[in-house]
Design a binder for this molecule. Structure first.
Ligand SMILES: Nc1ncnc2c1ncn2[C@@H]1O[C@H](COP(=O)(O)OP(=O)(O)OP(=O)(O)O)[C@@H](O)[C@H]1O
Ligand code: SF4
Ligand SMILES: [Mg+2]
Length: 374
């Protein structure tokens, strides 16, 4: 396998990695109205997609946001990049509240916050050349880099590992991984300080995922760009993020530095995410016996989430109190500074029962297997 496929070993920056806050989100909420009734359609409820989350991303840091499908990750990303208006809460960027800033007020910082989307096929205009796509943000913002836009496009293509001579080609002439590289080049065009990457590798072939993760990691470290890295799987975030937050039904239920979340998780849901294993190992053999937590049932509807703790309908530790009192996100005794958990009856901070790191997605299991051979 190529050197590019190697994922660097996770580094532990610790809970107190410090660093100036770049983005601070407080009480962020997005409720989508649900309409119904006849003949007059009225609002009859709301999808509580994001319900009062707090998080912060420091300058140059990669912050991972993880959770099952529908828990509100993309909505959070879209709120932060102001592609959507929040229902409530504040978003502060470099100390300035931008949650309700107008287009004109946002203009000076628009270039500093960029987004990379999940699907490299639909996020690139098929009728535009790569040069046009990557220089698009410069054009919109009236930016003329020294040496001209074409020179900058060529530099960006080189940074993301593409041939600078290909700036005149169209997206269909590139593979999925290469298209995602084009997406990364476009996000870098305005020299952003924060990139919100919404599942940037989930649509890619397993063999390509590690290459793109490596590229993003290089960008983060060498250009000092902060990332909000959204993923449904804890495995991919582990390679990329210094801090990790776990979301469930619109809420953050656990957050902390990577090492603390992976080796001393306290919330039952985090334990479950870490211990969910594929039935069969990638080689087709039965996986070795170990204690596993299997999540029963589906995620409840965000239109009518469970009272108290939203995880209680799937939680093996639930008691009466869990139905009546919402657990606050707090630092439990024994947890490292900055490791917060929202649970009335937390798990012991251990993962001893698990023999190895666990991956929900069989495709990622194959990736881990592949990279561990080197
Ligand atoms: N524009 C919208 N109108 C109504 N409901 C929406 C809208 N966008 C998202 N939702 C709902 O909000 C909830 C959260 O959606 P979101 O896309 O943020 O989840 P997600 O965590 O990104 O999921 P996935 O892993 O599948 O991408 C879901 O129940 C979704 O159906
Ligand atoms: S608060 Fe109760 S239901 Fe919620 S995760 Fe903790 S034990 Fe389970
Ligand atoms: Mg999503």
């Amino acid at each position: 396998m190529t050197k590019d496929l190697l994922l660097p070993a996770p580094r532990d920056e610790g809970a107190d990695a410090g660093g100036e806050p770049l983005l601070e989100v407080s009480g962020l909420t997005k409720h989508f109205p649900v309409k119904g009734g006849f003949p007059i359609r009225r609002t009859i409820g709301a999808v509580q997609a994001v319900d009062g989350i707090d998080l912060s991303v420091r300058v140059g840091e990669s912050f991972g946001l993880v959770g099952e499908s529908g828990c509100g990750k993309s909505t959070t990303g879209r709120l932060i990049t102001r592609l959507m208006e929040p229902t409530a809460g504040t978003i502060s960027y470099r100390g300035k509240d931008i949650s309700r800033a107008s287009r004109r007020e946002l203009a000076p910082i628009r270039s500093e916050i960029q987004m990379i989307f999940q699907d490299p096929y639909s996020s690139l205009n098929p009728r535009q050349t790569v040069g046009k796509i990557i220089s698009g943000p410069m054009e919109i913002n009236g930016i003329e880099p020294p040496g001209g836009r074409e020179k900058r496009v060529r530099e960006l293509l080189e940074i993301v590992g593409l041939n600078p001579e290909h700036f005149n080609r169209f997206p269909h002439e590139f593979s999925g991984g290469q298209r995602q590289r084009i997406g990364v080049a476009r996000a870098l065009a305005l020299e952003p300080k924060l990139i919100v990457a919404d599942e940037p590798v989930s649509a890619l072939d397993v063999s390509i995922q590690a290459q793109v993760v490596n590229l993003l990691q290089k960008v983060q470290r060498e250009l000092g760009i902060a990332f909000l890295f959204i993923a449904h799987d804890l495995a991919i975030v582990r390679h990329f993020s210094q801090r990790v937050a776990v979301m469930y039904l619109g809420k953050i239920i656990e957050v902390g530095d990577r090492d603390s979340i992976y080796t001393r998780p306290r919330h039952p849901y985090t334990h479950a995410l870490l211990s969910a294993v594929p039935e069969v190992s990638v080689a087709g053999e039965q996986a070795p016996a170990r204690e596993r937590i299997r999540l029963a049932g589906d995620v409840p509807s965000p239109i009518d989430p469970p009272s108290g703790c939203r995880f209680r309908t799937r939680c093996w530790k639930a008691q009466d109190k869990c139905a009546t009192e919402e657990p606050p996100l707090v630092q439990l005794s024994g947890n490292r500074a900055g490791h917060l958990t929202a649970c009335h009856f937390p798990e012991e901070p251990t993962t001893e029962a698990r023999e190895e790191d666990i991956i929900l997605d069989p495709a990622l299991a194959a990736l881990e297997e592949d990279t561990s051979k080197d």
